[in-house]
Design a protein around this ligand. Structure first.
Ligand code: BES
Ligand code: MN
Ligand code: ZN
Length: 447
């Protein structure tokens, strides 16, 4: 009747409440739109479930039961369960009057218990990433991130190593250390290693690397006030990799994965690194600093070299690296850059399966001269702003050797300035679902 009365259009994320529905024990029924059948993918499902949970979490509820379309695969159900877990959590960390109250109990009707469990682990991983991004920068500094990572590692039985500034100096991480010098907060490098069932020997098949700039003031090349707002999100790459390895461990996936997160605060203190400085990165390359606000690539340079030394099968990094990537692709799409087409294609396929939009950008050799320096091996910016997302990726390429590597620039989608029907805005946890999907392999292979 709601449909014939025109109350329901079926548009994706449309929520139509129905109080005291006849013949149903629940006090309220919420009908959630899923859009056109041919456009349905786990992304639509995830967002629709999140939209429903967000609407219902506007007040306290003891129990909410979800009933999914009976035709969904278990993989689709998992994304729905994750979406619901994410939708009921807002940006309430520092508010007395919470906008969202997570449900007392969530029930999934007619869904296999193991799919619900897996979806819940995925939702937890995404919410972990979101919470770390949403914490205020003075609460989420390098050591604070390392503490969170240690707690996660402890719960899930993941090996963890935290390098402090002494160890970083011993390891000759000159680029990362330079960025951190303007801050009163010392830097950290967090290295986590998860070995799944049956994976005890050899090198990791996958290395995840995250940019963890817990606040990016720009350093001495100071950002204008308006651009500095929101720069607590500059550790989203690190938070994404922590959320991803946590989910992989919670799911007990049969893989061997290392995650390395470079954590610094980019500030302007008296010891701050300067424009004109020449840094020596861990791999021996010298870097002339042309702009202290191009700090993410300096941090990643050393972290990439550390994981390259572990001889992983491939490397994937995530970073809120460039405003230029947002100019190119907008707020919702992540940019991909790679030295290995097959490995990039696999990530594109996983993102498509998960319903997270990504777009591959070119890495033509003719960009290389742009990072040549007059005094050092390379410089940390291109010539002018044009193609800035690509010249940043070209810089990173110099630190991965011949290891297949894909860089994900999440400057656009990592943080939402405005609320969406399925989210209150803030940290999004983008790419956690795609990366977990990549590690799990296609549903056909694993069932
Ligand atoms: N963290 C920023 C990039 C960023 C911008 C992330 C907007 C999220 C939203 C990065 O460190 C940065 O400042 N990049 C500069 C590079 C430039 C100086 C070559 C940029 O994009 O302007
Ligand atoms: Mn910057
Ligand atoms: Zn930055």
């Amino acid at each position: 009747r709601l449909a014939t009365e025109g109350e329901i259009t079926g548009k994706a994320c449309e929520c139509v409440p129905c109080l005291a529905p006849a013949g149903i024990a629940a006090k309220q029924l919420l009908v959630v739109g899923l859009g056109k059948r041919e456009e349905l993918d786990p992304g639509v499902i995830y967002r629709a479930a999140a939209a429903a949970a967000k609407a219902l979490a506007a007040r306290k509820r003891a129990a909410v039961a979800f009933l999914a379309d009976g035709s969904w695969s278990t993989r689709q159900l998992e994304h729905a369960v994750a979406g619901a877990a994410v939708g009921m959590v807002g940006q309430d960390i520092y508010r007395k009057d919470k906008k969202r109250t997570p449900f007392g109990t969530t029930i999934w009707l007619a869904a296999p218990a193991d799919a619900v469990e897996r979806g819940t682990h995925l939702g937890d991983g995404i919410n972990l990433t979101r919470r770390l991004v949403n914490l205020a920068p003075d609460d989420m500094y390098p050591q604070a991130f390392a503490d969170e990572a240690s707690a996660v590692a402890g719960h899930l039985g993941i090996d963890i190593e935290v390098w402090d500034e002494t160890r970083l100096a011993k390891e000759r991480c000159g680029a990362l250390l330079a960025v951190s010098r303007g801050s009163s907060r010392p830097p950290r490098l967090v290295i986590m290693r998860y070995r799944g069932p049956g994976r005890r020997e050899g090198s990791p098949e996958l290395a995840l690397v995250g940019k963890g700039v817990t606040f990016d003031s720009g350093g001495l090349s100071l950002k204008p006030a308006d651009s500095m707002m929101g720069m607590k999100c500059d550790m989203a790459g690190a938070a994404t990799m922590l959320g991803t390895i946590a989910t992989i461990a919670a799911l007990k996936l049969p893989v061997d994965v290392v995650a390395a997160m470079g954590l610094v605060e980019n500030m302007t203190g008296p010891a701050a690194y300067k424009v004109g400085d020449v840094l020596t990165a861990r791999n021996g390359l010298t870097i002339e600093v042309h702009n202290t606000d191009a700090e993410g690539r300096l941090v990643l340079a050393d972290v990439l070299d550390v994981v390259r030394g572990l001889e992983p099968g491939r490397i994937i990094d995530a970073a809120t690296l460039t405003g230029a990537c947002m100019v190119a692709l907008g707020h919702d799409v992540a940019g991909l850059f790679s030295n290995n087409q097959a490995s990039c294609d696999q990530l594109v396929a996983a993102a498509k399966t998960a319903g997270e939009p990504v777009w591959q950008m070119p890495m033509f050799r003719h960009y290389d001269p742009q990072i040549e320096s007059d005094v050092a091996d390379i410089k940390n910016v291109g010539d002018g702003r044009w193609g800035g997302a690509i010249t940043a990726a070209k810089f990173l390429e110099r630190f991965v050797g011949t290891t297949p590597w894909t860089h994900i620039d999440i400057a656009g989608p990592a943080f939402a300035d405005k609320p969406k029907p399925w989210s209150d805005g803030g940290g999004t946890g983008v790419m956690v679902r795609s990366l977990v999907e990549l590690v799990r392999g296609s549903p056909e292979e694993t069932t």
